[in-house]
Design a protein around this ligand. Structure first.
Ligand code: ZN
Length: 441
């Protein structure tokens, strides 16, 4: 995505001073509702308790008293002692830290994007870019979640990949966005209706605010399709005005369908000039830039991806198999281990030959050596771990320097000369290039 769109990449600080979060609004409003049991002192998220009890989604951004009345209505009780719960308050989820011996007030970043905003004027000036431009960052963020759970889904230390696209709101018609007009995306509207429509239709319908946003929504959907998620299992949930922040002009949650239901992977948010405007105000710095002779405070379209939950989603979506056979059919270019090396038996020199081949392949690929159990068992273990190719050395290997290369997805085996093996696996597990696609066509 980053390369295709010509984005910049940065690696910002994880610790940022108070002023950054004063400007961003996190100090005042990066809070979760919290209710403490008056009898036993246990702490809960009132919205989650109600959701678990009723099976219905609780809207975001309710008043504290509204949570109290929801808990009352749905009969939610303390999970520990059974007492009635009331008295919702607010908990700021940022981890506070101190800088230097004077312990100057600072925080671990709760999202990666704030350093993209504060660095924007300098990046724009020094990197010789023009609007519109995306700036991307991957890294750790920290949130003092009241109830982290579901493994990779809700973590206190999470990995994010965020893109902030800066653009001139008066110029939204770049030919760069043409390709996306015919891309078909799924939308879930606030009233519960679903539609599968092209970006152009979405713009005509008003659900997609402009061509630039359509371009990035389509890029995002493509990204997950390339990662192995079926398009039918992806949708953009359109956030209603009540569910959006006051500055947000349009917002979508990219969701994926998993065994646990629909899970949000990416928050896509048209944030207007809120972020740059706030940082300009609090820092007293000019955040306007030159766009073809016009002085402009850029608008921002944000794509905020949860990396950990995306990894989980890709893994779950890749699980297939029939009967007892379990296969994690990761795309070969995503597989952490690209090939396994097996000697057919551990005698007659096959073991030594296999170890030598394994060492050689290690220089080019991520490989795993396995000599225990039957060949069938070893194939099954490799399939389940998502390894796309297995290499087996047998008696013919010793005679003619060839091995068996077995594909996880087709279960076909072919004889390959040892000298061609590394190059062959590298090309089979490489990211499909434009040239390879053209060849297929
Ligand atoms: Zn209690």
């Amino acid at each position: 995505m980053v390369k295709k769109d010509g984005m910049l990449e940065i690696d910002g600080s994880q610790i940022l001073p108070r002023a950054v979060f004063e400007a961003s609004g996190h100090l005042a409003s990066f809070t979760d509702p919290l209710v403490r049991c008056s009898k036993c002192g246990s702490v809960f998220r009132p919205d989650k308790l109600v959701e678990e009890k009723t099976g219905k989604q609780v809207p975001e951004k309710l008043e504290d008293a509204e949570y109290d009345s929801l808990m009352d209505k749905s009969g939610v009780k303390c999970l520990k002692c059974g007492a009635k719960l009331s008295g919702t308050s607010r908990f700021n989820m940022m981890f506070r830290v101190g800088i230097g011996p004077s312990m100057e007030e600072a925080y671990l970043r709760p999202e990666t994007c704030q350093s993209i905003f504060v660095d924007f004027p300098l990046l724009f000036k020094t990197q010789r870019v023009k609007l519109p431009v995306g700036i991307a960052q991957v890294g750790r963020s920290f949130r003092n979640e009241i109830a982290p759970r579901q493994g990779l889904i809700r973590l206190r230390e999470l990995n994010q990949a965020e893109v902030e696209v800066f653009f001139n709101p008066g110029k939204l018609d770049s030919p760069r966005f043409d390709w996306a007009q015919s891309e078909v995306l799924s939308f879930r509207y606030p009233d519960g209706k679903d539609a599968r429509i092209s970006v152009a239709e979405g713009i005509a319908d008003g659900v997609v605010p402009n061509r630039l946003v359509g371009h990035y929504l389509a890029l995002m959907a493509k990204f997950y399709e390339v990662a192995g998620i079926r398009p039918e299992g992806l949708r953009f949930r359109v956030l209603s005005e009540e569910d959006r922040a006051f500055y947000s002009k349009a917002a979508f949650d990219l969701e994926v369908k998993l065994s646990m239901g629909w899970l949000e992977l990416v928050a896509c948010n048209y944030r207007g000039d809120y972020d740059l405007g706030r940082h300009a105000k609090v820092s007293g710095t000019d955040f306007t830039v030159d766009d073809g002779g016009e002085k402009v405070l850029p608008h921002v379209f944000e794509l905020s991806m949860g990396v950990d939950r995306s990894v989980y989603a890709v893994m779950e979506s890749s699980m297939t198999g029939e009967g007892d056979r379990r296969v994690m059919a990761l795309r070969p270019y995503l597989a952490p281990v690209q090939a396994c090396v097996f000697p057919l038996v551990n005698k007659d020199g096959l073991q030594e030959a296999a170890i030598a081949l394994f060492r050689e392949l290690q220089e080019h690929l991520e490989v795993f050596y396995d000599e225990s159990g039957s060949i069938g068992r070893r194939y099954a273990r490799a399939d389940e771990a998502g390894v796309p190719f297995c290499v087996t050395l047998d008696y013919d290997t010793l005679k003619e320097d060839t091995v068996t290369l077995r594909s996880r997805d087709t279960r076909q085996q072919e004889r390959v000369a040892m000298s061609d093996l590394a190059g062959k696996i590298v090309s089979l597990t490489g990211f499909p290039t434009i040239r390879a696609k053209a060849r297929q066509a």
